[in-house]
Design a protein around this ligand. Structure first.
Ligand SMILES: [Zn+2]
Length: 330
């Protein structure tokens, strides 16, 4: 009797366990059907994107400016370009927000500290919330990184220090390179996995001694920060810049770069003519993005320039070891 009873109980237990297992499996299948698959960022082919036909570019009277403090432009679903209002700070810097699975990276934090004047954290948090909703992700991590260590690119860094779920890369050369895993700056070229999105990162000093360039394999954008943009290229170390520009050309030889993107616009749409330094209104701006032909022009310049001075090219000016406050208007 006892034996039989025990045998009966065992069968009951086995049936129950089997039933629970089937339920779990069914639930799992149903649940995974509801859940979005992870985002993929293939490096073959290209995720296209668009630039605005013109950026918000300040106003005749900075006092009367009614534009948003930060212009937000979605280059594509997972790539945002932000610009600080020139009426708030004439630098009118561009900042970048790249998304991967479970993570976003903010590159640079503008030229103004005050959240009242320049609410960068609020703007970034809103983009992240909306992105999470759209892509069925939640509680993603934010990495606060920098292209280089000049104050017009990290002024609002302080707005993020108490943000939960945030990695602050840091504002020293050592912290920056440790984060990216660069042991041998500037020569080393590393790849960084941003939630499945592969970034190629390398040192590009010349304008500043901790600068980095980033090639995004998914969009084929090459980010050149302050060392190459449509404006006055202030170079503190000519030989370092020469090596950096030639290295960017080699990266572009090996990868199908589509646009070079960066941090400022200081040129007018007229070849070789820049806006006066400090201007808060640029009604005739050329596009921010640059071409490989312009990079070739910079490579040529590395063979032409041989002493300190100002050298004028159609799309950029080289200020080789010239104080930053010197302009071509004087
Ligand atoms: Zn700079």
């Amino acid at each position: 009797m006892n034996k039989n009873s025990a045998g009966f109980t065992n069968i009951k237990t086995i049936v129950s366990v089997a039933f629970v297992a089937v339920c779990v499996a069914v639930f799992d299948v149903a649940f995974s059907a509801l859940k979005e698959p992870p985002l993929t960022f293939p490096i073959d082919g290209r995720a296209s994107g668009t630039f605005p036909s013109e950026w918000i570019h300040g106003s005749k009277s900075a006092m009367d400016n009614t534009d948003p403090a930060v212009q937000v432009h979605a280059y594509n679903d997972h790539t945002f370009i932000l610009r600080e209002n020139k009426a708030i700070n004439y630098e009118g810097v561009f900042m970048y927000l790249f998304f991967g699975n479970g993570v976003a990276m903010l590159i640079d934090q503008g030229s103004t500290s005050s959240p009242a004047l320049f609410p960068l954290r609020e703007v970034v948090d809103k983009i992240i919330r909306e992105w999470e909703e759209q892509h069925q992700q939640s509680d993603i991590e934010l990495i606060v990184a920098n292209s280089h260590l000049h104050g017009d690119h990290y002024a609002a860094w302080n707005q993020f220090v108490d943000r939960p779920n945030t990695i602050m890369v840091g504002l020293t050369h050592e912290e920056m390179m440790a984060f990216w895993g660069i042991d041998n700056y500037p020569q080393e070229i590393v790849t960084y996995d941003l939630g499945g999105r592969e970034l190629v990162v390398t040192g590009t000093p010349g304008h500043q001694g901790s600068e980095l360039a980033i090639y995004d394999g998914w969009t084929d954008l090459l980010y050149t920060g302050d060392m190459f943009y449509r404006g006055r290229l202030y170079l503190e170390d000519w030989d370092a810049w020469v090596a950096s520009i030639r290295k960017l050309r080699r990266i572009a030889d090996r990868n199908p770069v589509v646009h070079l993107v960066n941090n400022h616009i200081e040129m007018t749409a007229e070849p070789g003519i820049d806006y006066p330094i400090g201007t808060t209104w640029q009604p005739n701006e050329p596009p921010m993005q640059m071409t490989l032909e312009m990079l070739d022009q910079a490579v040529e310049a590395t063979y032409e320039v041989n002493s300190p001075g100002i050298y004028i090219y159609d799309d950029f000016l080289i200020y080789n070891q010239i104080p930053w406050y010197t302009t071509t208007d004087l």
